[in-house]
Design a protein around this ligand. Structure first.
Ligand SMILES: Cc1cc2nc3c(=O)[nH]c(=O)nc-3n(C[C@H](O)[C@H](O)[C@H](O)COP(=O)(O)OP(=O)(O)OC[C@H]3O[C@@H](n4cnc5c(N)ncnc54)[C@H](O)[C@@H]3O)c2cc1C
Ligand code: SF4
Length: 324
């Protein structure tokens, strides 16, 4: 791959070494480069040092033990999309991975890179001097905002573009962050602080994603994505649902929308409506409505409110059919 720009390219063999490069030389972390290389071209990122993670052992691959599943941050999206145990135990994680970009990008793009990818707001990408680029306004407000947030925002209305984030948050996944100072484990949901903002300290690297067996055993999941082009396209809205159903009743419900807010959006009111109840057509309608009650669309993205409601309804119907 030709990487545009002038910088030093280093390939450390440990997280600790990579961490030192980030702290001491302000290096930028490079995994598959499918998001970063376009940003180098667009001069959105102009590093002096680039740290290639791919020579660090132990950051790649999917493994299972009794307590949890681990997905290394360097696992490619293609491996995730086709891994037999993923397809058996949590098929919607594989489905979400398969829905991303093209086979070429999935062969190179990694799980860590997908979760940490930058914003896709066209104003941001095209060098408009908005809040996110040190300016004083958001061009999406009063501008072309059909891609943007429907759940309000303070300054930036860009959405989280990651399909994987939606379904992995629905699985209550955790991320392991490691630096030369030590290791930290937090919920993926808490990793997202706002549009393009992550709870990652300088020097930390996302090492792996873990999903507890408890969240996979006896659960049914669904992932649906609405986009304009069916081949390669980011979601306009997506949804990840994970339900634990025992004795005909929903014991635990996780309903998460993506591409509708600056972070994955947990539909708490839907989850409350579903929990403790039998999954019926009426309950599904109610849960889908409750998910979007607090939506505050902008001038050109009201369609997302309907799409979000319909996707939740369809995802829950898919799950209900599997229980019959
Ligand atoms: C044409 C196209 C279509 C796409 N369509 C979709 C789509 O439909 N859905 C979707 O979800 N995504 C989509 N993407 C985004 C794509 O999934 C990401 O570009 C890819 O997953 C990034 O992975 P990477 O390994 O190439 O990351 P890189 O480009 O190497 O890095 C991306 C960012 O993550 C940081 N980073 C990478 N790894 C780590 C780590 N382990 N720890 C800390 N920081 C890290 C980098 O510093 C950088 O800021 C698309 C991209 C393209 C180019
Ligand atoms: S939505 Fe965010 S990234 Fe886009 S123009 Fe507004 S402030 Fe900039």
């Amino acid at each position: 791959m030709i990487i545009p720009g002038e910088f030093e390219y280093v390939s450390p063999s440990s997280i600790s070494e990579a961490s030192r490069e980030i702290i001491e030389r302000d290096a930028v972390v490079f995994a598959g480069g499918t998001d970063l290389v376009p940003m180098f071209k667009e001069k959105l990122v102009t590093p002096k040092v680039v740290v290639n993670l791919k020579k660090i052992p132990g950051m790649d691959g999917i493994s299972f033990d009794k307590a949890y599943m681990s997905i290394g941050a360097l696992t490619t999206l293609a491996s995730l999309a086709t891994h037999p145990s993923i397809l058996e135990k949590c098929p919607s994680i594989g489905k979400a991975a398969k829905s991303i970009a093209s086979p070429q990008i999935r062969n190179v793009g990694t799980v860590g890179g997908n979760l940490c990818q930058n914003l896709r707001c066209p104003y941001f990408r095209q060098d408009f001097p908005c809040h996110k680029r040190g300016g004083k306004k958001c061009f999406a407000v009063g501008g072309d905002n059909y891609l943007h947030s429907i759940f309000g925002a303070k300054r930036c209305f860009a959405v989280n573009p990651s399909d994987l984030a939606t379904i992995l948050v629905a699985y209550d996944s955790k991320v392991i962050l490691e630096s030369k100072e030590g290791v930290r484990e937090i919920f993926l949901e808490d990793f997202y602080l706002g549009p393009g903002e992550f709870d990652i300290e300088k020097g930390e690297i996302l090492k792996e994603v873990v999903v507890s067996s408890e969240n996979m055993d006896n659960t049914l999941d669904a992932f649906l994505k609405f986009r304009i082009r069916q081949s390669i396209d980011f979601a306009l809205v997506n949804v990840g649902v994970v339900l634990k159903i025992q004795n005909g009743l929903v014991e635990k419900a996780s309903v998460v929308l993506g591409a509708v807010a600056g972070t994955p959006y947990r539909a708490v009111e839907s989850e409350k409506a579903l929990t403790g109840n039998e999954l019926t057509k009426e309950l599904i309608e109610e849960a889908a409505h409750k998910a979007v009650e607090k939506a505050k669309p902008l001038s050109k993205n009201e369609y997302k409110v309907d799409v979000a409601r319909i996707l939740i309804k369809r995802a829950l119907e898919e799950i209900m059919e599997r229980t019959l």
